[in-house]
Design a protein around this ligand. Structure first.
Ligand SMILES: NC(=O)C1=CN([C@@H]2O[C@H](COP(=O)(O)OP(=O)(O)OC[C@H]3O[C@@H](n4cnc5c(N)ncnc54)[C@H](OP(=O)(O)O)[C@@H]3O)[C@@H](O)[C@H]2O)C=CC1
Ligand SMILES: O=C1O[C@H](COP(=O)(O)O)[C@@H](O)[C@H](O)[C@H]1O
Length: 491
């Protein structure tokens, strides 16, 4: 066990939707990893809960299969898996009826003094039903928390309604709205870079920064989520939450501390300062795209409409936006954001491009002086790169070269990078809300996104076709090139 890994106090995690895809692929493997690192103390329990009728033993088998399938080679250890599955229990419950709730209460009553977390890994349509059942069956103790998955609404009105529904049962300090991007190692590192170094903060403003790019490119297509995705689209699925959270961490003022309220207050100010996009500027500031058949690393891939099996759809699988923040620090600094499915590769990064030097003392033979860039790579190969101009070594005179100070975490620390859920699941137990979204943040994000959706409708903005396996439609390239800049595109 590494010296920084401190065990958390014993807890009971009830995973509603314990048999679902999220539990299988993410939550169970994440909790297993926390056990491997020695962070789970006895008598911690994980309780799966959903309608399927399973015994504890059958659920343990479900978990073993999930771990076999989703852990990386060498991570599945029979002895550890046995300890882990001994912590697992299962209760069949139905959010829509009283079936199973008394049994759940009986089981939970064995651990009345432990931290109790309810994870809603179910469709948002039943968040309200489950919250009410939890209250009506008296499952709330002093140490109870609830974890809510995205999507939190599909527009401002539905987000307000959902927040009200959960808020009728739980206090804001008990509600953990998860955005798994905030649990990613490099995202947290962004705060370390900005606030634990003297170097960047004095330059972190419109006097020295030319523009910022945020790219979250995925190589996957719809997978098995057509029903959800076709109603959502890239703006709701990725921008309203993950990308705006990244933008907030880049743009926020220095909070007085890492305290959850202090950090979230600063993020909220950024969201409120985003310049509105409306029908008069939406076509200039945004691009919608939809992939057509093309190729990926694995070979030929279908287009979006073919994946929908012949459906007709105007849903965007790609979006690019030129966003601006109306405050002193960022006036005139564009934040170019883009995200899409079936792009040229899986690559997420934030590029902070500094302004060029104001005057060069070197003659033409020295070559072009590139502006400095700070590249924060979220995935794959998490790390940070700072580009700098140096002199080309050797006696050939003053020739300049653009090089990178490159810190790839896997190489620098020789350590496995923890999945975002590992950190966030235990932050709930530790009662630390810093990396979770507060109600007003979610609503402020919708207040900016909603008018974009409405403007698209008002002007009838079409989706531009792009070939699967590329960087998106040509209009997205034009969006940034019109301003004399280019997307950073290194995989
Ligand atoms: N999968 C992912 O990667 C991600 C998912 N999410 C969000 O997480 C949530 C769950 O997603 P996902 O796991 O993919 O969904 P799945 O459809 O795979 O799982 C849904 C789960 O809910 C249970 N369930 C459905 N109806 C009821 C009910 N009436 N009472 C009790 N349990 C019920 C199902 O079990 P049963 O049928 O046995 O009742 C199942 O365990 C969604 O809100 C999704 O948007 C967010 C980010 C990523
Ligand atoms: O929330 C979501 O995120 C995933 C991308 O997450 P990552 O950690 O793999 O980058 C995305 O595929 C999905 O559509 C979206 O709902």
């Amino acid at each position: 066990m590494s010296s920084q890994i401190i065990p958390v106090e014993p807890f009971d995690y009830v995973v509603f939707g314990g048999t679902g895809d999220l539990a299988e692929r993410k939550l169970l493997p994440a909790l297993y990893h926390r056990q491997l690192d020695g962070q789970l103390s006895n008598p911690t329990r994980i309780i799966g809960a959903s309608r399927s009728v399973l015994s504890h033993e059958e659920y343990r088998k479900f978990a073993r299969d999930a771990l076999k399938e989703h852990l990386k080679q060498g991570e599945y250890d029979e002895a550890q898996v046995k300890i882990f599955t001994d912590r697992l229990f299962y209760v069949p419950v139905d959010a829509k009826s009283d079936n199973g709730w008394d049994q759940l209460k009986q089981l939970l009553d064995e651990g009345k003094d432990r931290v109790r977390a309810f994870y809603l890994a179910v469709a948002p349509a039943i968040f309200g039903d489950i919250s009410e059942k939890i209250r009506d069956h008296k499952l709330i103790t002093k140490m109870t928390r609830i974890v809510v998955e995205k999507p939190i609404g599909r527009d401002l009105a539905s987000a307000l309604e959902l927040n009200d529904t959960i808020g009728k049962v739980f206090k804001e300090e008990q509600i953990f709205r998860i955005d798994h991007y905030l649990g990613k190692e490099t995202v947290q590192n962004l705060m370390a870079l900005r606030f634990a170094n003297t170097l960047y903060e004095p330059l972190w403003n419109s006097s020295y920064i030319d523009h910022v790019q945020i790219t979250v490119a995925e190589s996957v297509g719809l997978e098995s989520r057509a029903g959800y995705y076709d109603k959502a689209g890239a703006l709701r699925d990725m921008v309203q939450n993950h990308i705006l959270q990244l933008l907030c961490l880049v743009a926020m003022e220095v909070p007085p501390s890492m305290n959850a309220e202090a950090v979230r207050d600063e993020k909220l100010k950024v969201l409120r300062a985003l310049k509105p996009i409306n029908p008069s500027n939406v076509e200039r500031l945004t691009v919608r795209g939809q992939y057509k058949a093309g190729a990926s690393a694995g070979g030929a891939v279908k287009g979006y409409l073919e994946e929908l099996e012949g459906g007709v759809s105007n849903t965007e699988t790609f979006v690019a936006i030129k966003a601006e923040i109306s405050n002193w620090r960022w006036a005139g600094v564009p934040f170019y954001i883009r995200t899409g499915k079936r792009m040229a590769g899986r690559m997420s990064e934030i590029v902070v491009s500094f302004k060029p030097i104001p005057h060069s003392i070197f003659d033409e033979a020295a070559g072009r002086i590139a502006a400095n860039q700070l590249i924060i790579r979220l995935q794959p190969d998490e790390g940070v790169k700072q580009s700098l101009m140096i002199k080309d070594p050797g006696p050939g005179g003053m020739r300049l070269r653009n090089v990178s100070l490159d810190m790839t975490f896997a190489e620098a620390f020789n350590a496995r990078s923890a999945d975002a859920y590992e950190r966030l699941l235990l932050d709930v137990v530790r009662n630390n809300q810093t990396l979770f979204m507060r109600r007003d943040e979610v609503e402020a994000a919708w207040k900016w996104v909603d008018p974009i959706l409405k403007s698209w409708e008002a002007v009838g903005q079409p989706v531009q076709a792009y070939t699967a396996g590329t960087w998106g439609p040509s209009q997205a390239i034009a969006l940034i090139e019109r301003d004399g800049r280019t997307w950073h595109e290194v995989i």
